[in-house]
Design a binder for this molecule. Structure first.
Ligand code: AMP
Ligand code: TRP
Length: 330
């Protein structure tokens, strides 16, 4: 039987943090033998907000290096850069023609990203961002889309667009399902556990970057905001502590009961020290591999060119079928 196709993408902007790692990347690595995985570095999404060209290029490589360092096998999975497969832009355009202003205006990410910008100045690319994401997914007839909670609405819009297209032009697209990790789907900011850990946070104290050095990791964890309680317990109301415990749980693979037992009678500071040690230990081998790839860009270029070739073998026939169905000459 054919394995279900799983597609996911990550933007080469800002820093990748342990929220991305625990909420997205580890989930993908675990699923490699169950699914045909397709991993995309979505550079065209990144340019919907201004980017420095030199930094952008480094970040595109860095994301690819992180995927590989985290354990994604480029022989089993397809790993490629979005802009190296032109079918994404072409299908996005076609999907724009069946998308509605109303539904795009209702996207919460669009509202969040634009609420401080004057309406006349909002980049059109931010508005049509979800149709490009829909194109990414639909080109590969993906069954599954593993994402964090914040991206669920975009996958739902993708489903609507796939169904609308199928209804108007005949069955063409597979209607994909979002896959949301239940525990740790939302890692919160270390400086403010009310909001999710975010690469666009005002202060680096908000996140632990995958490339943070051990002493930086230790400092950030020791300074993470908690309440003035004493007991180490998974209590959703104690948001700061709950978040740190969730990070511990995901990195250690232990159950909540095991963790509570381990820290019985111990204070926040003991717990934080152990958490910092755990994160440092778990990230060390990944960090070593990231450095290896970043020093070897020719190798990355080769892996990505091969990925793009394999991606096109799936994407181009889908695009061709779409063009035929809507009456274009192919
Ligand atoms: P972004 O950093 O917004 O480009 O997101 C890249 C991937 O990581 C997406 O699947 C997000 O949903 C996921 N992600 C981002 N931030 C977090 C977070 N704080 N907790 C869990 N997952 C996250
Ligand atoms: N918008 C996603 C994010 O910011 C990234 C993304 C782009 C994506 N295309 C995708 C995720 C397709 C899953 C599938 O996280």
């Amino acid at each position: 039987m054919r394995k279900p196709v799983s597609f996911s993408g990550i933007q080469p902007s800002g820093v990748l943090h342990i929220g991305n790692y625990l909420g997205a990347i580890t989930q993908w690595v675990e699923s490699q033998n169950k699914h045909q995985n397709i991993f995309c570095v979505v550079d065209l999404h990144a340019i919907t907000v201004p980017q420095n060209p030199k930094i952008l290029k480094e970040k595109i490589y860095e994301i690819a290096a992180i995927y590989l360092a985290a354990g994604i096998d480029p022989k089993e999975s397809i790993i490629f850069v979005q802009s190296q497969v032109p079918a994404h832009s072409e299908l996005a355009w076609i999907l724009n023609t069946i998308s509605k202003m109303g539904e795009l205006s209702r996207m919460t990410q669009f509202k969040d990203k634009t609420n401080k910008i004057k309406k006349e100045s909002i980049p059109a690319g931010l508005f049509t961002y979800p149709t490009l994401m829909a194109a990414d997914i639909l080109l590969y007839n993906a069954n599954l889309v593993p994402v964090g909670e914040d991206q669920k609405q975009h996958v739902e819009l993708t489903r609507v667009l796939a169904q609308r297209f199928n209804h108007r032009f005949g069955k063409t697209f597979v209607v994909p399902e979002p896959v949301i990790r239940t525990s740790g789907a939302r890692i919160m900011g270390l400086d403010n556990p009310e909001d999710k850990m975010s690469k666009s946070a005002a202060s680096p104290a908000n996140y632990i970057a995958l490339t943070d050095k051990p002493e930086v990791i230790r400092k950030k964890i020791m300074r993470a905001v908690t309440d003035s309680g004493t007991k180490i317990k998974f209590d959703k109301k104690r948001k700061g502590l709950y978040n740190l415990l969730t990070i511990y749980k995901l990195f250690s693979g232990k159950t909540e009961a095991q963790i509570e037992k381990r820290f019985k009678g111990k204070g926040y500071s003991d717990f934080k020290k152990e958490l910092a040690d755990l994160i440092i230990k778990k990230l060390a081998p990944v960090q070593k591999k990231i450095t290896h790839y970043m020093k070897n860009k020719k190798l990355l270029d080769r892996i990505l060119a091969d990925g793009a070739k394999r991606a096109e073998k799936i994407a181009n026939p889908t695009l061709k079928e779409v063009k035929q169905k809507i009456g274009l000459i192919v």
